[in-house]
Write a protein that binds this ligand. Structure first.
Ligand code: F6R
Length: 368
């Protein structure tokens, strides 16, 4: 049942190329237009959307944080991302033109469910992104995009997360298509980029051994920091969450630019800092990330860089490089998250922890 793997989590990590391909299957209509059959919102309703609020918990919340970069870029609709447990209590501004997107792998998370119920009382439209057919969250939503990851049994979300990203991206492209934003011509190109991801994730998985070696070198660590920028920032948060929940380590993710505003004070000799390096050649993100890495390195940090293959500037300042396929910046979370999942899974295994059932955690959190 675990396909020869020691844990469901590891099996599910290795299933991601298929999960991603399944989530993308059948989305191109006959005319080349993107089709989302469970969408159920009319074109008029979509044209009317003037704000999107994403509500979710945990890893699904980080999927929302990544999605914000893509949705705003492609649709020019403002996006807020909020922890479902905080949402209702701040009297959020909701109208009929607000689309609330509830992301939940299980479809049963109580906080997310309560957030969507609140949104519906304010007459906002609610769209669920969910992996579990017929669960409560999609049943109570106006529209659904199902992810097709297959059952996720390991408590830590892995293929759930990557397929949530795909679903959010499909939603963004669909809204862009219906609204006819200036980005419209590129929809086909971005779909092509998404369709290339399963093979690229497979390449990352084929190189799992380099991540396992890193885990073997890390069994003495008590603290690990994660740095990222742009869409790589939520990836850093997700990497830290995986390490907390599975390896019970103190792990924190920061935005690269925030280092000098406080976190750099934590850096001391030998501290491992895992850096998600943005692809080369976009804005100054890559360069700025390299400066952040140099700064922590100058203070003695052990720099572990996830960076696109053959990046000489990274090779010069990294103690360890984990290579990623070359992809556009908005696609990078889909490949960069995978080594972080493998790292947490392997480190927790080496430390003798139960990876599928981490202490104190439940697969679906049905209490608020
Ligand atoms: C982390 C993890 C949790 C869930 C969160 C939301 O690995 O699995 O943080 O992501 O409890 O669960 P769903 O997506 O089922 O609403």
């Amino acid at each position: 049942e675990k396909d020869g793997h020691d844990w469901f989590m590891r099996k599910e990590i290795f299933e991601q190329p298929k999960a991603l391909a399944d989530s993308l299957l059948g989305r191109r209509g006959r005319t080349g237009q993107l089709e989302l059959d469970e969408m159920r919102l009319s074109d008029d309703e979509i044209r009317d959307i003037d704000k999107i609020i994403i509500v979710a918990c945990g890893t699904a919340f980080y999927a929302g944080l990544v999605a914000k970069y893509a949705i705003e870029h492609w649709t020019r609709v403002p996006v807020e991302v909020e922890l479902a447990s905080e949402f209702r209590y701040r009297d959020p501004i909701l109208t009929r033109s607000t689309l609330v997107v509830a992301i939940s792998q299980s479809g049963e998370t109580a906080d997310t469910l309560q957030a969507l119920r609140h949104a519906r009382t304010q007459r906002s439209r609610v769209l669920a992104i969910c992996n579990t057919n017929g669960s409560t969250i999609p049943r109570e939503s106006d529209a659904v995009i199902y992810t097709h990851a297959g059952p996720e049994i390991g408590v830590a979300s892995t293929k759930g997360f990557l397929t949530q990203l795909v679903a959010c991206y499909l939603l963004a492209l669909y809204v862009a298509q219906v609204k006819g934003t200036r980005f419209g011509d590129e929809i086909d190109e971005v779909l092509g980029q998404l369709e290339a991801i399963p093979d690229q994730v497979q390449r990352v998985l084929d190189d799992a051994e380099s991540v396992y070696a890193l885990a073997r070198d890390s069994i003495e660590e008590r603290t690990v920091l994660f740095l990222g920028r742009h869409a790589g920032y939520p990836v850093a948060l997700e990497g830290a969450l995986k390490l907390k929940e599975l390896a019970y380590l103190h792990a924190e993710g920061f935005a690269g630019g925030e280092l000098k505003h406080g976190p750099i004070a934590l850096v001391e000799d030998g501290l491992p800092v895992l850096c998600v390096v943005p692809p080369r050649g976009r804005d100054q993100l890559h360069q700025k990330m390299l400066s952040a890495i140099s700064e922590v390195r100058a203070r003695g940090a052990r720099t572990i860089c996830l960076a696109e293959e053959g990046d000489p500037a990274v090779a010069a300042i990294a103690d360890v490089v984990i290579s990623l396929p070359r992809v556009p910046v908005l696609m990078q979370p889909l490949v960069a998250t995978v080594p972080l999942q493998l790292f947490a899974c392997e480190l927790a295994t080496l430390l003798g922890h139960d990876v599928d059932q981490p202490r104190n955690l439940a697969k679906s959190v049905t209490v608020e």
